[in-house]
Design a binder for this molecule. Structure first.
Ligand code: NAP
Length: 251
């Protein structure tokens, strides 16, 4: 089977399937991060060349089940996966962590994209913690009056052409304590984040709630995978059932 990855969940699912010993798993990464985590299974890196390329791969590698376990914001590859599965009649399972839900005390402004997030900041200079990833950072050029603390997995190269930007290279999971320390020590007054879901990056939301800080939260695009499994266990069951395999191996 082929797992389209780039998430913690894809790695965990690959591990669980591999541990059974009766499946051959390949994990596919886009190749965006410079030093991707060591993966527990055979891994291929790089795009397929659009839907046609993915169709070719599915046929040539005789893939029995395609699993889309990519990040909820990776919309193009998910669309390609659905199209390619349909064209090749390959059974497909989607795994997507549920979005975070607003809780009492959250001060969220939900927006569609990075440009709208920047709009929400307004004209008066603010101290902004940006955790939305490298893609879309160009929107910050639209509002150079703010002071940005930008956290990414890999360095932002070249740095953005804005007068006040500091860069933090770090990878989750984070803790509420460490997130609170960043927010307080830098005098942050607003956070820009994606509603990625999952536990690894949720502590900043918890810290913001405790400190009564606003969060500008970029929403996911309307997903066609509304029937996606929300966790690794559910996805595992769906994959095994698509392959006609039992779960009695206890993994
Ligand atoms: P995207 O816009 O949906 O995909 C753009 C292109 O990248 C795809 O058309 C495909 O190229 C290639 N690609 C994407 N994921 C791939 C995979 N797992 N294996 C092989 N090729 C892949 O994706 P993105 O938003 O740039 O995200 C890229 C990767 O980073 C994804 O695997 C995702 O899980 C991970 N990620 C994304 C985010 C995010 O916020 N977007 C956050 C964390 C991790 P071809 O058309 O040539 O096949």
């Amino acid at each position: 089977m082929l797992i389209l990855g780039g998430t913690t969940e894809s790695r965990l699912l690959a591990q669980r399937l591999q541990a059974r010993g009766d499946t051959a798993v390949t994990l596919s990464l886009a190749g965006r991060t410079q030093a991707p985590m060591t993966q527990p299974v055979h891994t291929r890196i790089g795009g397929f060349g659009g839907v046609d390329g993915l169709v070719r791969y599915l046929i040539e590698a005789k893939i029995a089940c395609l699993i889309d376990a990519t990040h909820p914001f990776a919309a193009q590859i998910s669309k390609n996966a659905r199209d390619a599965a349909q064209r090749t009649h390959t059974p497909m399972v989607a795994l997507s962590r549920p979005a975070w839900k607003r809780q009492q005390g959250d001060i969220w402004t939900e927006v569609a994209d990075m440009e709208s997030a920047i709009d929400v900041l307004g004209e008066v200079p603010r101290r902004v913690f940006v955790t939305s990833g490298r893609q879309g950072l160009a929107a910050l050029l639209l509002a150079p009056q703010h002071h940005y603390w930008i956290r990414t997995v890999d360095r932002v190269e070249p740095p953005l052409n804005v007068p006040h930007a500091q860069y933090i290279v770090d990878v989750g999971p984070f803790t509420e304590e460490s997130e609170r320390a960043i927010l307080v020590s830098n005098g942050i007054d607003v956070i820009i984040a994606k509603n990625s879901g999952g536990a690894a990056t949720y502590p900043k939301i918890v810290a913001a709630r405790a400190l009564r800080l606003p969060v500008v939260l970029i929403q996911r695009k309307e997903s066609a995978a509304s029937d996606a499994a929300g966790d690794v266990d559910t996805a595992l069951h769906q994959v095994l059932s698509a392959l006609g395999l039992g779960i009695e191996r206890g993994v």
